[in-house]
Design a protein around this ligand. Sequence first.
Ligand code: HEM
Length: 331
Amino acid sequence: MLTQIRPHPLEIIPDGEADMIKRVMEMQLEIMKVQDPTKRGQHPKQQALLRGTFEIADAVPDAMRVGVFAQTKTFDALFRLSTGPNPKDSDPNPHGFAIKLLDVPGSPTGTQDFIFLDQPTFFISNLADYVAFFESMVTNRTEAYYKAHPHDFGLNQTFNVVISSHLERQYWSEVPFAMGQGAARFTLIPDPDNISNLEPATTPDGLRDALEDYFVTQRRSAKFLFGAQAYLDEATTPIEDAKSVWPTPFETIATLTLPAQAFSSPEQFEFCENLSFNPWHCTPEHQPLGGIQRCRKRVYEESSQLRHRLRKTDVHEPTKTDYDRLGAFLK
Ligand code: HEM
């Protein structure tokens, strides 16, 4: 069972939100049916499922010492690296980085997910605009939507880029999460040692090949810093505007380590297809905040359930036993 939506003091919930969420969910399922519904409704291309650790820093600001950041400890974690709708890595795409912490006390699913993209903010402010955008998509009228929302068009363009490797990008949660009674947005910053000076991908599977070369052939490990920027007040760091840029500084509160490892067996690929990342896999202290996040709960669940039904597999959250079964790290 996912963490339930509970009123949070920083949220402002508009009238009619339940209907808007239902509408997004229906349109998402429509879109999936004309694509490949055995794949995720968005970010369908699995580039890699990697294993590693998520180590909480010794020095976490007092206001952020909540939930999984309450104590200095190390979680085992799974990382799904993905790309958006374009199947070829040599075509422009958004790039995803999803984290799943395992054996998390206090989380109804036993896990804590953090989901990132490689742009600092979302390209749409709120759920009402998202409904209008999705409606224009399913009726092939996105041009009309973007004409009325030129800023969203500009941001959407910046999402679609060709990159050389997932390991060299910075990522952002784009939308906020509770930190107890406060809130934060998150970022992932690549370690300078992750850099390989590769050219942007020129082949359909160039990004996967870059990861194979890095983790398997060169047997290198990768690191990312996990930063959090604090909510200040509604005017400076709005919760309900996913397009807003928060000016507060990022503080490093954890480190991700992804050791050298093989990740391309058919069993590993299948295991990842059957995983589900959802920001609502969380401890109640990290409840996702804002209309876009409240919408994601139901939409991600429905997308995952449809996929699992068609793949004839159960929806279940992984444990340390699953993590260990995925194999040993490379020396
Ligand atoms: C209302 C807004 C949004 C909708 C309707 C939506 C929809 C979806 C759906 C249906 C999935 C597939 C879930 C599954 O089948 O397991 C997905 C995955 C994903 N979404 Fe969103 N999303 C939204 C907002 C966002 C935002 C703000 C981000 C920014 C971080 C984001 C990043 C991702 C990523 C990286 C994945 C892939 C997760 C994985 O690796 O499994 N999405 N989204």
